[in-house]
Design a protein around this ligand. Sequence first.
Ligand code: AR6
Ligand code: MG
Length: 313
Amino acid sequence: MDKKILKSKFIGALVGTGVGDAVGAGFEGWRTAEPEMIQAAASSREVLMYTDDTHMMIGMAESLVAREGFDGEHMALTFMRNYEREPWRGYGPGPPRIFRMIRAGEAWDKAAEKIYPGGSFGNGSAMRIIPIGVFYHDDLAMLKDVAYKSSQITHSHELGKEGAALQACAVALAVSLEPAATFDPQEFLTKLGRFVQHEVYKQKLEKIGKLLSKTDRARVVAELGNGIEAFNSVPTAIYSFLSHPDSFEEAILFAVSLGGDTDTIAAMTGAISGAYLGVESIPDKWRNKLENRLYIEELAKKLYEGSGFKSNK
Ligand code: AR6
Ligand code: MG
């Protein structure tokens, strides 16, 4: 693939996360939201502020760049320090408890097992996984291994880890697609189906395939979910992208219109769409107003430059 295109896809994935997160943030918990209302809310704001989703995604990118690949302890400490500087970003209940345990001396890969039965299956480890998705896009076996390990920091439940790996894979496949080739959503789903192991996700992917010919929002929510659990949000983000593969804006408006955990579902949708279409596909009216956009772009460029020399500790 042309280097300029690949670089634009890396930047599109990270900026797409931030824009989706920020555009969706005002609608969290809504039953549904009309696209006109979503547009109006975004244009009424001077700065599009992001939430914990993008904040953690930034921490993941910072750690991958600093360590030239995955280093679990470094990543956990980066998440913890970022949280301590900006605890007001709207974090879920689990991660702050884990950061306090790590601060008190608990091992980075053990703390998460102490909250919730079997660990968390919230979508918190999938919403931040985008840097791993782009950095390891050409090695899906390593991507899966690293996605699981990164999830272990805060989300140790199998369904949390698998959700993070699935989102990483969707981003990686989107990065790898040649923009000039014809896009085949069913082929994209087949590749994701080969990648996942868990029945819960395999069934959701099958449902996505059947729902693609329809555009019934209520049915999408009923069958795929729009909740805080990884299995009720990652498949919904994949659907939002696959049903609007040619337009970043349409994909985001659709994701937010579904209501529920709108910031996270739109963040994950924006990541996949931006990874496929590149940063130029993100409307200027949103991109230019994204908080910390230049820093997020700089991180994406560093990930792009470092992605030839990956490590996995
Ligand atoms: N059993 C029952 N409920 C669970 C379990 C479990 N094993 N695991 C998770 N939950 P958490 P996150 C439920 O706390 O994933 C922000 O708004 C439980 O109700 O690990 O980082 C972001 O924008 C728990 O409170 O946090 C995202 O929307 C919830 O899942 C979201 O929060 C979240 O899991 C990310 O949250
Ligand atoms: Mg959030």
